[in-house]
Write a protein that binds this ligand. Structure first.
Ligand code: GLU
Length: 282
């Protein structure tokens, strides 16, 4: 553990912030210019998850690797919760420097933010109670109650394509949707397969919930950046290095391997150029 932050802190005279940082992370943490503020999810097991003082999941592993390549040690990262509907605003307002939060690159979002990456490609799927046999894909949702999250591409896909037959309930997070599913208040939850796999494999949900396994979109997870960022080349180089050194694969196995989730090997791992991401024209 490096203690250089103590002198910096004293010099800056930000004793209160220092105390808060110490309480928050449980160990030394730099603030101000030395800190990289990274937006993640706090309630998506295997992707972005706050476990006491620890932050776990594939998003946090990629974020740590990239931060390190950019010259930030782990104790210089300040994790910030970034719910789906707040992400563009948090980047535009300068509340975070970058976002690793199952954040799909989309045409709409590219109007207000930039994306490096993608560092993973997922697909939208459905989560149901273990005994459910009638929900088999998006076409089987007629008359069903479906839960998704405000501001997500998952909710938008349903609204754009299936809304005439589906009752869509929108919550602030997928964990809230899972509560509704377990209580029988909705028939299914929809978002990306990797997120659903993580949620289905928690102690409480194992054997109770299952992922349908019939993906119907392509979700390219980008690193959200403020519009006009100059960081895409460095971040993309870091992601390529993470893949080439086998760390990407290891991080994925460690994060979601236990859930039995199999990622799409035709689309993963992505190979990146220097450029910021654009949407893929089909
Ligand atoms: N990847 C989708 C999105 O960016 C769904 C997951 C999420 O809401 O974070 O909206």
């Amino acid at each position: 553990m490096a203690y250089s932050f103590l002198t910096k802190k004293a010099a800056a005279g930000t004793a209160l912030a220092a105390t808060a940082a110490l309480v928050f992370t449980g160990c030394g943490s730099s603030t101000g210019e030395d800190t990289l503020r990274i937006g993640i999810k706090y309630d998506q097991p295997g992707l972005g998850y706050q476990d006491g003082r620890e932050y776990t999941g594939f998003d946090t592993e990629v974020a740590r690797y990239v931060a390190n390549e950019l010259g930030y040690a782990e104790d210089q990262i300040e994790w910030v919760e970034s719910p789906s509907s707040n992400r563009e605003n948090m980047l535009s307002n300068g509340q975070v420097d970058m976002i690793f939060a199952t954040y799909s690159i989309s045409e709409t979002r590219l109007k207000t933010v930039d994306f490096a990456g993608p560092y993973f490609v997922a697909g939208q799927d459905l989560l149901v109670q273990e005994g459910n046999t009638d929900v088999t894909g998006p076409e089987s949702l007629g008359g069903k109650d479906l839960c998704s999250v405000t501001g997500s591409t998952s909710a938008k896909k349903i609204q754009d394509k299936y809304t005439s037959t589906v009752q869509l309930v929108q919550q602030n997070s997928y964990s809230d949707c899972v509560v509704a599913l377990n209580a029988g208040m909705v028939d299914a939850v929809t978002t990306d397969d990797i997120i659903l796999a993580g949620l289905a494999s928690t102690k409480a949900n194992k054997g109770e919930l299952k992922v349908v396994g019939n993906t119907f979109t392509t979700e390219r997870y980008g690193v959200g950046l403020p519009k006009g960022s100059d960081k895409c080349p460095a971040i993309n180089a870091a992601i390529n290095k993470m893949v080439e050194t086998g760390v990407w694969e290891e991080a994925l196995a460690k994060s979601v391997g236990d859930s039995g989730f199999k990622y799409n090997t035709e689309l993963n791992p992505p190979k990146l150029t220097d450029a910021c991401a654009t949407v893929e024209k089909k």
